[in-house]
Design a binder for this molecule. Structure first.
Ligand SMILES: Cc1ncc(COP(=O)(O)O)c(C=O)c1O
Length: 397
């Protein structure tokens, strides 16, 4: 009988065996932890209860009864999957309903949803650019935007993170007639920084730029009822494309790209990521749609989120921890080296707090950090326990 475990040896299997990232993952046993149970802000691993302090469930809606009920209804009404791409056999009424609802909420004419934020953000860059164009990108943007950039043939120039003066300088060396795209995030997922959008627009407005903003971490968190970073800055009409994810504040999965009718119509025939990938599942679409209703009808989640954020941030500041100037519920604790980050992560875990360690190259060199994020779901008791654990870990380090 043929064994599936027969060892093969060639240059690519050898690369897998000697890979640096695999070695680091084994050295720092912080990734791929598997929880056997989850309830609100708590998770259980090997029977041990911990407070989750690194989820993107900012509004704490993942167990909301209205959203659970919507997910069950989706299965009853539509089954488990469309098993097809939107362009072919996968378009359903609930996709269009969600797209219209999202567009109206964001203040855009139209929207296209996909099965992952990663795909949507990739397509928001890749679909609109071609050879001869210029992409100007903030150095610190998310991997999904770099993946989109990697697929275009446009020329790429980076500008310093959240630095409109640098964007203006980079632009000053470029020809005026070239079609240009400026790519940035509304809220930076690692740093928790808010993009200075009005200043970025001012720095580039005489160059006829097309603006793409990934608002995965601003959507549901900033702006009126959580409409996001462009709304927060009062510049929705000037940002051509807003893309993002349902996997954060809307506690589902899937992604979206919103813009003018013409722009989204163009996307439908130019986005490889959606043309060749199965459509958003019924359950995820129904859950995202229900969460969008909850966002607008139950403002208490957003106010609790910001209340918790302020209390948590004040606690970290008092302990003298470096939070990289975060202004949002995504709050890093910068440790400066992998070893220090690992020790801090372990100390927190010993105290029943689960966080995520982010090390270079996911963050700039010297910025190895613990990524924490606060949720509306954290209780006063959670905050007290988090405070004790942080004080202990900070003192030990
Ligand atoms: C800024 C940003 N954009 C896009 C994504 C991708 O979203 P999703 O998890 O829905 O694929 C993420 C997820 O981590 C993100 O942080």
């Amino acid at each position: 009988m043929l064994s599936v475990f027969t060892k093969k040896s060639n240059s690519l299997t050898k690369r897998c065996q000697s890979d640096e990232f695999t070695r680091l993952r084994k050295k720092y046993d912080v990734y791929y932890h598997t929880f056997e149970r989850q309830d609100g802000s708590r998770v259980w691993e090997d029977g041990r209860e911990m407070i989750m302090l690194s989820s993107n469930d900012y509004l704490g809606l993942s167990h909301h009864p209205r959203i659970i009920e919507a997910g069950k209804r989706a299965l009853d009404e539509w089954g488990s999957s469309t098993t097809g791409a939107r362009l072919a056999n996968g378009s359903r009424a609930y996709h269009r309903a969600l797209e219209e609802k999202m567009a109206a909420f964001l203040g855009k004419e139209d929207c296209q949803v996909s099965s992952a934020g990663y795909l949507s953000c990739m397509s928001a860059v890749q679909a609109f650019t071609q050879k001869g164009d210029l992409i100007l990108v903030d150095r610190n943007v998310h991997s999904s935007l770099w993946a989109g950039i990697g697929l275009t043939q446009a020329k790429v120039e980076r500008f310093a993170h959240n630095n409109p003066a640098d964007l203006a300088e980079v632009l000053s060396f470029e020809k005026t007639g070239t079609p240009k795209m400026v790519v940035f995030e509304g809220v930076y997922s690692m740093e928790g920084h808010i993009a200075p959008i009005p200043e970025l627009l001012n720095a580039s407005q005489d160059q006829d730029c097309f603006y793409v903003m990934d608002d995965a971490h601003g959507f549901g968190v900033l702006g009126y009822e959580g409409r996001g970073t462009a709304d927060h800055c009062g510049v929705t009409s000037q940002v051509d494309v807003i893309c993002g994810s349902f996997s954060k504040s809307l506690s589902s999965t899937g992604g979206f790209v919103a813009g003018s009718r013409d722009v989204i119509e163009y996307l439908r025939t130019h986005s490889k990521q959606t043309i060749f990938s199965a459509a958003l599942s019924p359950v995820q679409a129904y859950c995202a749609s229900a969460a969008l209703d909850v966002l607008q009808e139950e403002p208490e989640h957003l106010s609790r989120l910001w209340d918790n954020t302020r209390r948590y941030k004040a606690m970290l500041d008092e302990l003298g921890l470096d939070t990289w100037g975060s202004e949002t519920p995504a709050i890093p604790i910068v440790m400066g080296s992998k070893e220090r980050a690992y020790r801090f992560w372990k100390l927190l875990r010993e105290h029943g707090i689960f966080t995520v360690m982010s090390i270079a190259p996911a963050v700039p060199p010297g910025k190895d950090l613990i990524r924490t994020s606060i949720s509306a779901r954290h209780t006063d008791d959670d905050l007290a326990k988090i405070g004790e654990a942080m004080a202990f870990a900070a003192k030990r380090l």
